[in-house]
Design a protein around this ligand. Structure first.
Ligand SMILES: [Zn+2]
Length: 288
């Protein structure tokens, strides 16, 4: 999960060019749509893509198919779609927080909202979680919805941490929300975590990182090559590590920051300190 900057492409001009491109099979069928498309794009922006507020004018089956086709194989008029896909591949997935992206996800799904199929502001970089999400958008309770990485500022806050229990070689791993239920976006955040993050490979990722930490702590936190005398020292090392990960990955909800935030949870911090401060401990030896 990550808040990412809104793409600055001119979707309105791109659609003009697309509809006037005589070399495409969609010519001239897209031309009558231009006015509706431009109005819909403007309204989408005005309401930040919020699914319960967006106007979703229905378009013909043939036109919808043309737009989906142009999304899948973008003609030159939509070259920015190809660029968006390629330029974000190495970045944290804004939807689930995994350490890479590689594809684009339609925030408003292209089947239910065909008019927004090629709108750049509706295309969010994502990883494989995109196909697991499928068309999930709204929940059954008020406020439950998938978060929008271009518009939901809460994605810049620290929202989740790993939760480690039964501390030892193989702990139980789950996710914990770091926001109170009085948070204005609580329903949307908890829905998004349940529907997108929990269904990704995050728990496996966190468990694997724990295994490495357990075997040789410096493989995960470089400063753990040494022993420490107090809980405050361990805490300060982990906070520095977490802040550096936040900065490197442009946000606080990438899987690596989520892992270290889990180590900062009080019971884990106490457990770690007991081991790292034990008299006679060989530095950087197993935590067992
Ligand atoms: Zn993802």
């Amino acid at each position: 999960m990550n808040k990412v900057p809104l793409p600055q492409y001119d979707d309105s001009t791109a659609f003009d060019n697309l509809s006037n491109n005589k070399r495409l099979g969609s010519y001239p069928q897209l031309q009558p749509l231009v006015g509706t498309v431009k109005a819909s794009y403007a309204q989408y922006l005005a309401v930040n893509g919020e699914p319960t507020l967006v106007h979703n004018p229905q378009i013909g089956v043939a036109e919808a198919k043309f737009l989906r086709g142009h999304y899948s194989s973008p003609p030159a008029d939509l070259g920015h779609i190809t660029k968006m896909r390629e330029s974000t591949e190495h970045l944290v997935c804004p939807m689930c927080g995994s350490m890479h992206s590689g594809t684009l996800d339609h925030y408003l799904p292209k089947n239910g909202y065909p008019i927004f199929s090629v709108l750049s502001k509706n295309l969010v970089p994502a990883c494989k979680c995109n196909s697991k999400r499928s068309e999930t958008l709204l929940g059954t309770n008020p406020g439950e919805r998938i978060l929008h990485p271009y518009f939901d500022n809460c994605l810049a806050e620290r929202l989740i941490r790993a939760n480690f229990e039964d501390l030892g070689e193989v702990p139980r791993v789950s996710l914990a929300l770091m926001i109170p239920n009085s948070h204005p976006d609580y329903m949307a955040i908890s829905f998004h975590v349940r529907e997108i993050v929990e269904k990704s490979a995050i728990r496996k990722y966190l468990a694997d990182k724990w295994s490495l930490l357990f075997i040789k702590p410096s493989l995960v936190v470089r400063a753990f090559a040494e022993n420490f005398a107090t809980l405050n020292q361990v805490q300060s090392i982990l906070e520095k590590e977490r802040d550096a990960l936040d900065a490197t990955h442009y946000g606080k909800n990438n899987w690596n920051s989520i892992f270290v935030s889990g180590l900062l949870d009080a019971p884990v911090l106490t457990w770690l300190t007991q081991i790292l401060s034990a008299p006679g401990r060989v530095p950087d030896s197993s935590l067992g």
